[in-house]
Write a protein that binds this ligand. Structure first.
Ligand SMILES: [Fe+2]
Ligand SMILES: [Fe+2]
Length: 268
């Protein structure tokens, strides 16, 4: 079984890229299922930005184009329509967020005669209120079949630690949240595929998909409270994605990065 995982989709340009490309990617790579992190879809700009989060219309657009499950992270609860977004049965938010927060953190769906389970977790670098991610994962009563984990957090070492802790229990642990992709794709000893950061799907000309001025001002010592929020960046839209090839036992035969061709050069 092949599963395509798409990293944090940023803004409508990121949504548009996925909607335009996902069926072609499914066909080209033989993907049986597609999981995409959508926590930043509602970022617009330049000013005033509308915030982060997910809009129900964007969710429907992705699902209609060929995405099967949408994961999220710390921005899941942002935006004017977050409650409706998180009530969608194909939308996840981190499992280990407080129970009283909207949404669900795990879903099992039928794919190619098997049951694929997707689990979304975060650590406190992304959401200070979460309970420990490993304990939340270990407490799940998982059905037989592939298990894909979206791990939302800042720290590469912590993502590695979680991946080794669930090695052999999860088919893959795929890092999200920092938006800047890490290069290596790993196959851990017991068969879990791991990438520390899949990377965003959004505009490349700023900071993590946002306008750079806000971040430059912070670096220069400006007080965060005095700065307008950053809107959406300009620039070419990139796809951050990995492709998993799983054997019948749900172990990763292969995990590798994929992209779409871009007609641009980043020059200084
Ligand atoms: Fe994000
Ligand atoms: Fe995030």
């Amino acid at each position: 079984m092949k599963i395509l995982f798409i990293g944090d989709i940023v803004g409508q340009p990121g949504v548009d890229l996925v909607v335009a490309q996902v069926q072609a990617l499914r066909d080209r790579y033989g993907a049986d299922a597609v999981v995409a992190n959508g926590e930043n879809m509602n970022l617009s700009g330049p000013h005033p930005p509308t915030g982060f989060g997910m809009l129900p219309a964007q969710i429907e657009a992705l699902l209609g184009a060929g995405v099967d499950v949408i994961t999220s992270g710390n921005h899941a609860w942002d935006g004017p329509e977050c409650a409706e977004a998180l009530m969608h049965p194909r939308v996840l938010r981190p499992l280990n967020a407080p129970d009283r927060w909207y949404g669900r953190g795990v879903i099992s769906i039928p794919v190619a005669g098997q049951t694929v389970t997707v689990v979304n977790v975060a650590d406190e670098s992304a959401i200070p209120e979460v309970s420990p991610a490993y304990a939340a994962f270990a407490a799940l009563d998982l059905p037989a079949g592939p298990v894909i984990v979206d791990y939302h957090g800042d720290l590469v070492g912590r993502k590695f630690g979680f991946a080794f802790a669930v090695d052999g229990k999860a088919s893959a642990v795929l890092g999200t949240h920092t938006h800047e992709p890490t290069v290596q794709a790993h196959r851990l000893p017991q068969g879990t595929g791991f990438v520390a950061e899949v990377g965003m799907t959004g505009p490349l000309g700023g900071v993590l998909g946002s306008e750079p001025g806000y971040f430059a001002a912070l670096a220069r010592g400006h007080d965060q409270a005095d700065l307008p929020s950053a809107g959406l960046a300009d620039g070419p839209v990139v796809l951050g994605a990995v492709l998993l090839d799983l054997d019948d036992a749900g172990s990763a035969r292969e995990i590798r990065r994929i992209g779409v061709e871009h007609d641009y050069a980043m020059t200084i």
